[in-house]
Design a protein around this ligand. Sequence first.
Ligand SMILES: NC(=O)c1ccc[n+]([C@@H]2O[C@H](COP(=O)([O-])OP(=O)(O)OC[C@H]3O[C@@H](n4cnc5c(N)ncnc54)[C@H](OP(=O)(O)O)[C@@H]3O)[C@@H](O)[C@H]2O)c1
Length: 287
Amino acid sequence: MATEKILVTGATGKIGRELVPRLLEAGVEVKAGTRNPETGRSLFPPEVEVVELNYNRTETYDDALMWAERVFLMPPPFSPDAYNTISPFLDWAVSTRVEHVVLLSGMAVPEIEELALRRLERHLEAQDTRHTILRPNLYMQNFYSGFIARQIGEEGLIRLPAGDGRASLVDVRDVAAVAARALTSTDLFGRELTLTGPEALTITEAAQMVSKVAGREIRYEPIDDAEFEAVLADSGWNDSEVEIILGLFSSIREGGRAPVVADIETVLGRAPRSFEDFAAENPSAWH
Ligand SMILES: NC(=O)c1ccc[n+]([C@@H]2O[C@H](COP(=O)([O-])OP(=O)(O)OC[C@H]3O[C@@H](n4cnc5c(N)ncnc54)[C@H](OP(=O)(O)O)[C@@H]3O)[C@@H](O)[C@H]2O)c1
């Protein structure tokens, strides 16, 4: 008889690539669903079955879901279409043998009912299938990939519309560790967890910590939304994605991303990683 497996969607993304090895360590069989199977095969050991999965191509659903009993569901980044893109796949999954879905959502998502991710959360909650919802704050790893890392590299300056707001930034490895626990036990069935780091930092404080390990001064310069729109457009984000990202930074300015929540410590039995430790591990990223 074929073995039951855990399907990790978005397998080559920031969380997926950390989650797959953790599931292997836990001794379960893993399928990695990705739009880029070649990249997946280069990232993961041969015992991971890599399958093509594109939410926009229903013809990829059956292979991805075959023998999958649990699914880690990763939405595309900052997509206004997340609900329309993913709900057909979610419906397909719950109509098969999938018994548990772990959805990666975002901190503060339940506060805005019209958000696509909130609609997706509610759609999942309405299914008979067991579910767990993970709501991480902004990732620390944004400081060494994407537009923030580019600003640091090119200008030694972080330019964001975060004002002097604080954010309890979280390490993607802690998010992946909680996801692995959810997918390999029954402990987190029906739970909704807010995943934050251990302290709320201003971007100025984060920049000071990065400066210390980079050996050069990296400053934070608050900018307004209009300036930030230009930065995001240069990085290839479209207008509706930009609107979602602006909402995230407005939430930081207003204090919505500052709360420190104990859910990571409760689940993992240890404190979440700090930004200072994260920065110290990655000195080469900011030279
Ligand atoms: N970035 C943050 O700081 C942060 C913090 C909290 C929550 N979130 C939430 O996490 C979600 C993802 O953001 P992220 O930054 O983690 O993105 P990410 O690292 O780029 O990962 C997202 C992955 O989704 C997969 N994907 C995208 N379009 C797809 C499609 N059409 N079909 C199948 N898979 C698709 C891709 O996997 P493959 O390339 O392998 O196909 C992609 O790597 C967003 O909803 C965001 O709101 C992000």
